[in-house]
Write a protein that binds this ligand. Structure first.
Ligand code: AMP
Length: 186
């Protein structure tokens, strides 16, 4: 029990350390949006390593063939997360960026409407996929990514985010009963 309490305490203080290194920027990129800036977390060597370790931890014993990173901040930790899980990395990008045939899904962002693309040959039927991004707001981007994965016959086994804006309830729009792992909930 003493050991469990110590582990819980250290997890709590790690989360506090991450929180301290996420900067709140009011009215960016539009009035009324509070932007969560992870550049201090990336710049600090301790939180850079801690974030990687904490993102991987919940999925270490799960079968994951690919981590899918959402453009653009999902590309920062996504490849490292894939390496830590013995998986490959697949980018989902904004329209017009990928060079060969793509599949496309549209979504609503907290600020605007957009669509995302993935290479049509990126996934095979039955592949197990973990979707990763820095932050979940409305969940629109991750939902669009889920649609692309399912369209190609692959399976989303879970979601991984550094930050969740809980008041937007984005996780409600994600694949049913799949784990949504978040390091910092605000
Ligand atoms: P959503 O599709 O609404 O869940 O939005 C998630 C995407 O938009 C992620 O790629 C985030 O990087 C970005 N995003 C949305 N809201 C914010 C915010 N308040 N601060 C930082 N990034 C955000």
């Amino acid at each position: 029990m003493i050991e469990n309490k110590t582990m819980a305490d250290s997890k709590k203080s790690n989360i506090e350390l991450l929180k301290k290194n996420i900067r709140n920027v009011p009215d960016f990129p539009k009035p009324g949006i509070q932007f969560k800036d992870i550049t201090p977390l990336l710049q600090n060597s301790e939180t850079l390593l801690l974030t990687s370790k904490m993102l991987a931890e919940p999925f270490l014993n799960k079968e994951v063939n690919y981590v899918i990173g959402l453009e653009s901040r999902g590309f920062i930790f996504g490849p490292r997360l894939a390496q830590d899980l013995g998986a490959g990395f697949i980018p989902i990008r904004k329209p017009g960026k990928l060079p060969v045939e793509t599949v496309e899904a549209s979504y609503e962002l907290e600020y605007g409407v957009d669509s995302v693309e993935m290479h049509a040959d990126a996934l095979q039927k039955g592949d197990k996929v973990l979707i990763h991004d820095d932050l979940i707001a409305t969940g629109g981007t991750a939902k669009a990514a889920t649609e692309l994965v399912q369209h190609l016959g692959a399976e989303v086994i879970g979601y991984s985010f550094i930050i969740e804006l809980t008041f937007l309830e984005g996780r409600k729009s994600l694949a049913d009963s799949k784990p949504v792992e978040v390091l910092v909930s605000v």
